[in-house]
Design a protein around this ligand. Structure first.
Ligand code: MG
Length: 379
């Protein structure tokens, strides 16, 4: 009997896209302005099935788009083309061995493999990852505009859309600016759920005092105040804090999570498929966190709806990711997304698609429009 997963992967197409954004955004580690750079991969099988995935790098955080493109067009294809869909795990192992780092490219490849396999079998990506434990994920939107009035206008729009969680990006200007914004948000929007993310923006010296001030505003949590490597300082800050401390940049891999637990640096962790190098690896990190009683959050990079969909299926199928998600860029940050229908957000929550694969396909005309380069390889 021939099964759909006996299909061979016959073609791999990779696009480099530059997508315009609505405003500048300042984070502790850097600024995003004008455009974001991403890579999209399409896999096609001998039976004509197609699947898509996205690599969403940020050079100051996970890596560069050039590294993603190199991984996807040079190092991965020998281990992908001509292989069966049923070889998914072996393909990912071989690509992982063939090129170090490039976690965003590996996430894109796993996403595309899961998407095309799900489509061939008629099941969703969440089902391939063990099955959804939630069909809606509370949405948080980040506030990072250097023009705070623009962020106030964004919060008004969010409230009208019933999005009631925001993450204030701090540590890029000065402490007074951060406290002023917290005061204003608490005053103007008393029912808003607020989280704070420094993106490594503080130097260890003086960080304790600043976090104590911020904790007065009772945020749900404070995320990654100091540079990733300062595990000892994260532990000290956590010990002195009255609100939970989350690790983000300190934890990319399962080994990082293990060390973070060992050294007691955090109460929770931001999990991102672009850091872990895939959806399954992200689930493993969340499970390890769960074993030690740590909470987990569905983080993301500067992404389109395509990577959001991958994150959505991963979060849906991972019981321990209970702090919601931040898949807001497709709707609230990009001038135009690349999906064929809008990324599904209703009443302040992301709605998990139930149809086959990722559930929504990208619009190839939009991909062609925003592509600066593409490569197509056949077996
Ligand atoms: Mg973060």
């Amino acid at each position: 009997m021939v099964r759909p997963t006996d299909d061979f992967i016959t073609r791999m197409t990779v696009w480099h896209l530059q997508l315009p954004v609505l405003s500048a955004r300042d984070h502790g580690i850097g600024r995003v302005d004008q455009n974001i750079d991403i890579a999209v991969v399409e896999l096609q099988t001998s039976g004509g099935y197609k699947g898509y995935g996205e690599a969403s790098p940020w050079s100051v955080f996970t890596g560069s788009v050039e590294a993603s493109l190199g991984a996807l067009t040079r190092y991965a294809p020998p281990y992908v083309l001509g292989r069966k869909l049923s070889d998914r795990q072996a393909i990912l192992r071989d690509v992982n061995h063939a090129v170090a780092h490039c976690t965003e490219a590996k996430a894109a490849l796993e996403t595309a493999l899961l998407d095309v396999t799900g489509i061939a079998l008629g099941v969703s990506v969440a089902e391939l990852l063990g099955g959804a434990v939630r069909d809606r994920i509370p949405l948080s939107c980040s506030l990072a505009d250097p023009d705070f009035d623009a962020d106030i206008a964004l919060v008004e729009r969010l409230q009208a859309d019933q999005v009631n969680i925001v993450k204030l990006k701090t540590g890029f200007a000065n402490h007074r600016f951060d406290i002023m914004r917290l005061e204003e948000l608490r005053k103007r929007f008393p029912h808003l759920q607020i989280r704070v993310d420094y993106n490594q923006g503080l130097t260890p010296f003086g960080a304790e005092e600043k976090l104590r001030d911020v904790a007065e505003f009772r945020p749900d949590f404070i995320e990654q105040p100091v540079p990733a490597r300062h595990f000892d300082m994260m532990r000290r800050l956590r010990e002195g804090l009255s609100v939970p401390l989350l690790a983000d940049e300190s934890v990319f891999s399962l080994a990082d999570m293990h060390r973070a637990i060992d050294e007691e640096i955090c109460d929770g962790v931001s999990i991102k498929i672009m850091k872990s190098g895939g959806l399954k690896a992200a689930q493993d990190i969340a499970a390890l966190a769960e074993a030690k009683g740590l909470a987990a959050y569905g983080g993301d990079m500067f992404e389109t709806g395509l990577a959001h969909l991958a994150g959505t299926h991963m979060v849906a199928a991972t019981p321990n990711i209970t702090l919601g998600c931040e898949f807001y860029q497709a709707k609230y940050y990009l001038k135009e997304d690349i999906l064929s229908v809008p990324f599904p957000i209703e009443d302040g929550a992301v709605v998990v698609p139930k149809t086959a694969g990722l559930g929504i396909v990208p619009n190839l005309d939009k991909i062609a429009h925003y592509a600066v380069h593409s490569v197509s390889l056949e077996s």
